[in-house]
Design a protein around this ligand. Structure first.
Ligand SMILES: Cc1cc2nc3c(=O)[nH]c(=O)nc-3n(C[C@H](O)[C@H](O)[C@H](O)COP(=O)(O)OP(=O)(O)OC[C@H]3O[C@@H](n4cnc5c(N)ncnc54)[C@H](O)[C@@H]3O)c2cc1C
Length: 313
């Protein structure tokens, strides 16, 4: 069985940064990614808030650049889905994947998360063309436009308030008759003249030709259908961390996010977590990159303390 100092799970910005740091530090490092390296950001048409690119950069170009830089220093990348982690021999951890088993002294989990989808017609077609899951990422593209936010929790209301700073009008579409968001957020939302609530209503379809132009709505109490003209819709109905395959070995919070401290150290010795999968992550590329660097430095320290290194040179 192939043995490594560090195995990184997930090839998004957190994992690629971790791989850059560990391989450049001379650790024998492997990154396991089930899809294309780059992570979620490969779906971002334009990233304008990642420093170093004053004109912005497409998410897929940014992902390719990060990948190229990470492998330059000896990081191995294998396309495989990680199915589970267990006790290894002689290394502390054995990782079962669709490409076989690997062993490592330290593991960095950077498997990210996935936004929960509504599952309605047109949602996928207009994703990145009016349908968004991240107000911080895409809100600026809707300056002086009419937009909608779907959801009634803290994220939805925070998104609506943030969008209110750019947009002309923000509709909040909620399937219930009252919000779940905290009291202070609710008060701010009700006091904001740009925000308008559409209660007890669900989206049935995202409408448009090339880009989103409106939403087909249905009132869940009366059954009445209507069309709402908007240029953008922000879906804020939760996200799912990709942590289910690690729940046997890591402490997770109620939402399934990995609990880790500011050095990305989890409650399991030698396992570190970085990026969107981490509890309280602001879910931004720049934060994932910082997390990846911090996790790699913690893994390096841990491996040095263990005294066993395979070195990649
Ligand atoms: C459409 C869109 C636009 C965005 N725009 C911006 C933006 O403009 N600015 C910004 O800062 N942020 C943006 N974000 C958010 C940003 O992309 C994320 O915060 C960031 O990618 C998180 O990085 P990560 O490395 O933690 O996780 P991810 O990017 O989610 O990467 C995790 C990787 O792990 C892999 N993986 C998961 N489970 C396994 C497993 N079991 N085995 C192997 N591999 C696994 C996944 O395939 C994925 O590639 C956007 C997100 C989306 C979806």
């Amino acid at each position: 069985m192939e043995q490594y100092d560090t195995i990184i799970i997930g090839g998004g910005p957190a994992g690629l940064t971790a791989g850059l740091y560990t391989s450049r530090a001379g650790l024998k490092s492997l990154l396991l990614e089930r899809g294309i390296p780059g992570g979620q950001m490969v779906n971002a048409a334009l990233v304008e808030n990642y420093p170093g690119f004053p004109e912005g950069i497409s998410g897929s170009d940014l992902g390719s650049l990060m990948h190229r830089q990470a492998v330059r220093y000896g990081l191995e990348v294998v396309t495989a889905e990680v199915k589970g982690i267990s006790q290894g021999n002689p290394q502390p951890y054995s990782i079962a994947t669709t490409a076989g088993n690997f062993e490592a002294t330290a593991i960095i989990i950077a498997a990210g998360s996935e936004y929960r989808k509504l599952g309605v017609a047109g949602e996928e077609k207009f994703s990145g063309r009016g349908v968004s899951y991240c107000a911080t990422c895409d809100g600026f593209f809707f300056r002086n436009r009419d937009v909608a936010v779907v959801g009634g929790g803290d994220t939805a209301i925070t998104d609506a308030l943030e969008l209110g700073q750019h947009a002309n009008k923000v509709y909040i579409i909620h399937r219930r008759g009252q919000l779940r968001a905290g009291e202070v957020l609710q008060q701010r939302a009700f006091a904001n003249p740009k925000l308008e609530f559409i209660w007890s209503t669900v989206i049935e379809e995202a409408l448009g030709e090339q880009i989103l132009s409106g939403l087909k709505l249905r009132n869940v109490e009366t059954g009445q259908q209507s069309i709402l003209k908007v240029d953008g819709v922000f879906i804020a109905v939760g996200s799912m961390p990709n942590s289910r395959n690690f729940s046997n070995i890591l402490e997770l919070d109620d939402a399934g996010c990995v609990i880790a401290n500011e050095t990305m150290t989890t409650s399991t010795p030698g396992i570190f977590a970085a990026g969107d999968i981490r509890r309280n992550s602001p879910r931004q590329i720049s934060v994932a990159v910082g997390d990846g660097a911090a996790a790699a430095m913690s893994a390096l320290k841990y491996i040095q303390e263990q005294g066993n290194r395979f070195m990649n040179t």
